[in-house]
Write a protein that binds this ligand. Structure first.
Ligand SMILES: Nc1nc2c(c(=O)[nH]1)N[C@H]1C(S)=C(S)[C@@H](COP(=O)(O)OP(=O)(O)OC[C@H]3O[C@@H](n4cnc5c(=O)[nH]c(N)nc54)[C@H](O)[C@@H]3O)O[C@H]1N2
Ligand SMILES: Nc1nc2c(c(=O)[nH]1)N[C@H]1C(S)=C(S)[C@@H](COP(=O)(O)OP(=O)(O)OC[C@H]3O[C@@H](n4cnc5c(=O)[nH]c(N)nc54)[C@H](O)[C@@H]3O)O[C@H]1N2
Ligand SMILES: [Mo]
Length: 765
């Protein structure tokens, strides 16, 4: 490392995560986006009982505590929304869509908040202001003119409130389709599909209180220092209580190594920090199935030698399928486990010993587990590991998927799903008096495939950046342009908005931070966090423009213009969101007393049967899985092939790029890089700082990302990492986990070649 050459923008970061750097970055975000006087007041209201839910992530709030609970990246999310910059009709008049498409995603969103409803005008290649009524009328007319409701895709990004999402699914179902692509299809769908098969519900089972009682935390494939920063407070507390924290991650992520809690005065005053991981196992990307099987195999060996390792009573009373799992583990060989996981047998046995000692274990996981073509199998292996020692339904134990968007879990709960249950549809029919469609609809990848083959004609997006978030822009960007209609409900301009269809509407909405006034007065919305807590969120800021409407109002406006004979009193519902919640209560289980219970600070928890050792599976038992083999479906891995993972930088929120730095990984002012292991560089005759082209190994088409600078990094051998969304050009659209349909964004087989552009420079040097 010491003799490596200087590369512009690459400077190893020596400090802990958090600390003064985080406070400085928070101040900077405020300075760049907001009026300084208002900022501290806004930030203080984030995740407070009377304030709004932080749009940053889905980690729960500490109920009833008055600690100042915003974090650096929460502050970026809030200030990004509360910016004073505006994208007005005058701006659109001066900038054609073709010229805007030449800007980067960072520049596009950086323009500020959308202020007026806009319609695309092909003659001038610009967006023109329209009235809300004109927009709704036209959208309704186009949809009514289609030959089948299934020609429309209704996309949801997980920031939408329960109220907006519920109205959205009602609109689409009364219109007649279950086409609900949503961001969850690219994210935690393996959790939604895998966990019901294992434990009867597709949600995490732990609460914050469990973290206070746990004896061991196993953290697999997530980067909380960046993506769930408020979780760092919880991990920091656990580490200081000497709870072992075992991390599985191919990259060394600073926050999982060392963290200084900005809320801890002594640590801040002394420039101290706390080690987080007690062991850091650099599993190969895609090697988690092998690692989990290794740990479980070691447990079986220990049980055979000494006994007392498995929770036999629990397994007998509460589960089925254990023998088949055990047989598969016995048949799995250590040399294969070591090769696929990239970890030594002794290390995995060490984890098994720590696990066998712990009376209460939590496993946390994120995209490093789900975004693989074994995603659903990976999730189920985690459940298996926990079931072996009865780590469900007791204090301090359980499974903890780190959800993505702040209300993605709530969206699912209130009906955003392409595979609705018969019971839910029956209740909709009962309460509203129309027959919703039963045939399953499209998920995100299928929706895009229908757009590509021309069978989908319209796309209505409740937030998000659909085309940029999905894989394979070479196929998906042109498909946006083939639609008859695209509609985007959003706060800020992004590329999906500009990939215009025959007709395109931009409908600007209020954000979480803003005051939502309707006929009956100021409204609250509700959201569900990663731990199934439902609570209210009320914005207080003056809206970015007087023309904005709330998401529920926009959905209701489209619905009443599309469905003239609707059975739903759309506008009446919007006058008072209690009425929407009343309907949710009548159609979705678990919401009894909804309106009363969200008025209690902290809200309420939805039922989680596994926490009472109740299993809503067909057999009434928790079910062990068998995942045959150890590796992902792409079978031509050889020494020359690297497994590319796509990751988020510290300065981004999904497709939203706040700034160009990734401080903890030592990257400043750029994103055009590939992290590689030193030995993998040497094996290819490459050096830190060389320019390369990345190529996906794909049967049908050449997928390439040229002109990328390689950075030597502490990453598992055979694995490489690049930033999302830029690296999406390398992900084939149909390279998915077959069980869940989730793209394998973290498992792309690639070759790395010296870039043509680099040769002259090197020859000259
Ligand atoms: N600030 C901020 N917060 C966010 C987001 C954001 O973009 N910015 N996004 C939100 C959303 S929608 C989501 S889904 C979450 C995402 O939160 P995370 O799940 O943390 O997402 P990623 O950045 O994709 O990275 C996952 C981690 O997995 C590791 N990893 C990659 N491949 C593997 C593997 O094969 N095995 C293992 N064990 N590890 C692997 C990577 O090194 C990285 O540390 O965060 C949410 N919160
Ligand atoms: N290669 C690769 N691709 C990935 C991933 C990966 O790890 N690697 N991760 C995947 C994951 S986990 C996810 S969740 C998806 C994310 O996919 P999306 O959810 O579609 O994308 P976002 O970038 O979160 O959406 C940003 C846009 O949302 C709009 N917006 C922001 N706030 C609001 C609001 O309050 N209301 C409304 N209506 N709109 C708002 C703004 O216009 C903004 O431009 O991407 C997926 N794509
Ligand atoms: Mo996500």
């Amino acid at each position: 490392m010491s003799k490596r050459r200087d590369v512009p923008g690459i400077r190893p970061y020596g400090g802990p995560a958090g600390g003064w750097g985080a406070l400085k970055a928070t101040a900077q975000a405020v300075r760049q986006q907001m009026d300084r006087i208002e900022a501290p007041i806004v930030l203080l209201r984030t995740n407070q009982p009377t304030g709004f839910d932080c749009p940053g992530c889905a980690w729960p709030d500490k109920e009833h505590r008055s600690t100042f609970q915003f974090c650096e990246n929460g502050a970026k999310a809030v200030t990004w929304e509360a910016t004073t910059k505006r994208v007005t009709p005058e701006f659109f008049e001066k900038n054609t869509v073709s010229s805007l498409l030449r800007l980067s995603d960072f520049e596009l969103e950086g323009m500020g908040r959308l202020t007026h409803p806009m319609a695309y005008d092909r003659a001038t290649d610009t967006f023109r202001a329209v009235s809300w009524d004109q927009a709704f009328e036209r959208i309704g007319a186009v949809l009514r003119g289609l030959s089948s409701p299934d020609q429309v895709e209704f996309y949801t990004s997980g920031r939408a409130s329960n109220e907006a999402a519920y109205l959205f699914q009602l609109y689409a179902r009364e219109f007649g389709t279950n086409n609900f692509p949503d961001c969850s299809n690219m994210c935690h769908e393996p959790t939604s599909v895998g966990l019901p098969r294992s434990i009867g519900i597709g949600k995490g089972t732990v609460s914050l209180a469990d973290f206070e009682e746990t004896e061991l935390i196993i953290s697999i494939g997530h980067n909380p220092g960046t993506n769930h920063p408020r979780m760092m407070g919880t991990l920091h507390e656990a580490a200081r209580r000497k709870v072992p924290i075992i991390v599985f991650n191919p990259l060394r992520e600073r926050a999982l190594e060392r963290f200084a809690d900005p809320q801890n005065l002594i640590e801040m005053a002394t420039y101290g920090s706390t080690p987080i991981a007690s062991s850091y196992l650099q599993v190969r990307a895609g090697g988690d199935a092998a690692a989990l099987k290794g740990i479980m195999k070691a447990l079986l060996d220990m049980e055979a030698e000494t006994g007392g390792v498995l929770d036999r009573d629990f397994i007998a009373a509460h589960t089925e399928g254990f023998d088949a799992l055990a047989a598969d583990l016995l048949a799995t060989q250590w040399p294969d486990i070591e090769k696929e996981s990239g970890l030594a047998r002794a290390d995995l046995e060490g984890v098994a010993h720590a696990y066998a000692r712990s009376k209460a274990t939590i496993v946390t996981y994120g995209m490093g587990i789900t975004q693989h073509n074994t995603g659903t199998a990976n999730v189920r292996l985690i459940a298996d590991l926990l079931l072996m020692r009865g780590n469900f339904g007791k204090p301090g134990a359980g499974i903890c998927p780190l959800r993505g968007h702040s209300n993605v879990q709530g969206n699912r709960t209130v009906g955003i799903t392409e595979k609705p249950s018969g019971e839910f549809l029956a209740r909709i029919e009962d309460v509203f008096g129309f027959s919703p469609p039963h045939a399953h609809g499209h998920d995100a990848v299928k929706a895009m495939q229908a757009m590509i083959d021309g069978s989908a004609k319209a796309l209505i997006c409740l937030g998000g950046n659909f085309a940029v978030a999905l894989p394979d822009p070479e196929l998906s960007f042109p498909a946006m342009g083939m639609l008859d209609l695209s509609v985007h409900v959003g706060t800020k301009l992004n590329r999906s908005h500009l990939l215009v269809a025959k007709e395109t509407f931009l409908l600007p909405c209020l954000g979480r931070t803003e005051l939502d006034m309707q006929e009956s007065g100021a409204q609250s919305v509700t959201v569900e966090d990663s731990m199934s807590m439902v609570h209210a969120s009320a914005g207080k800021l003056k809206p970015a423009s007087e023309h904005l409407r709330s998401e529920p109002a926009i959905v209701a406006g489209m619905a009443s213009a599309t469905l003239p004979d609707s059975k739903v009193a759309w506008l009446d519902l919007v006058a008072d969101y209690d009425r929407i919640r009343g309907l949710i209560e009548r159609t979705v289980p678990g919401f009894d007393g909804y309106n009363a219970r969200i008025r209690v600070p902290g809200g309420f928890r939805l039922p989680l049967p596994p926490t009472e050792r109740k299993w809503e599976t067909p057999s009434g038992k928790a079910v062990f899985s068998v995942f045959r083999g150890l590796r992902e479906s792409y079978d031509a891995w050889d020494d020359d092939v690297l497994r590319l993972v796509t990751i988020r930088s510290h300065d981004q929120y999904n497709t939203t790029i706040y700034a160009m730095d990734d401080r903890y990984r030592g990257v400043f002012g750029r994103r055009d890089i590939l992290f590689m292991n030193a030995a993998d560089l040497a094996a290819r005759g490459l050096e830190h700082g060389d320019l390369v082209d990345i190529e996906t190994i794909s049967a049908d088409r050449a997928l390439r990302l040229p002109g990328i600078t390689v950075v030597e990094y502490d990453i598992a051998r055979g694995s490489a990492a690049a930033y999302y969304p830029e690296a999406n050009v390398l992900v084939p659209l149909d390279y998915i986990d077959e069980d869940s349909g989730t793209p394998s964004y973290k498992s792309i087989p690639v070759r790395v070649l010296r870039s043509r552009a680099d040769r002259p420079e090197r020859e000259a040097a």
